[in-house]
Design a protein. Sequence first.
Length: 318
Amino acid sequence: MKHSIIMAFMGGQKDRFCTYFPNATPAEKIQAIGGIDGIDGVEIVYPFEIEDVVETGRLLKENGLGVAAVNANIKAGPQQQAGSSSVDDQAIRDDAVRIISEAMDIAAELGADKVTTCPLTDGYDYVLTADYVQSWENMVDSFRRAASHRDDINLYLEFKDQETRVNCFLNNTAKTICMIRDIGLPNVGVTLDIGHSLMAHESPAEGIALCHSSKVPYYIHTNDNNGRWDWDLIAGTYSLWRFLEVFVYLKKLGYDGWLTSDMSPIRLDRVSAFDQNLKFTQKAIELVDSLDIDELFNMMHQGQTLEILDLLRNKILR
């Protein structure tokens, strides 16, 4: 598995009350990430972090970084505040398709195999204000048209329970898989953000298993939270056992893709925080590698709950 960082976290950040860190140019972000040992690449946001694709590729190569994914932002424009892929306004939906399609072309030029997008403004705030049927059909149409742009680049849909809308339409793993089945194209998958899965009151590992069983490709964002909000904490610091279970299933299912840090380092030194996120992730992988996965799953099938707890205590809490 390879490790990357979402570039946006190396620039200015803000919440509802505070602003954190100065803004940074894409070149400054790439240089900062390139200085973190063990980081192999970036997830870069289009259109905000890419002006000149050739220059971006040169900077990435100069800093020894690949591209895990191009993040197509279809939620930040003023016309997208009430939605982008789900709305009835054809021009707004067409613009979302355009952004994703352009991001796919850029991904191909930068040597990436995927685009990810998180339709956070597609949802609703009040009951009886959204036509669920039409909104769903609009989203299916938008993402089908975007994914059809080219079949050599995958489009991954990232779900989230809430924010910026009180209720996002794509709010859990299963619902995202339902949408992918309706889209009906083989190059559409799930971006499974561990924190978003915890917010949806899921087991992230079960979400991974569901993607696998549904033959849907998946891509992992690492972070953590308390299950109530998307705090983007350092991975494994709050939900350690769920985090370890993720790597049990990634190992069991043979995942060898990117692990992208979607951790927000507010109030922390950013480089040190991303180093910690990487080290917690590497330690989780190391601990899981110390387990006999076949033995563990045999014990599951035999219902040996207490014996499994003994195994975990002796191997993990030693």
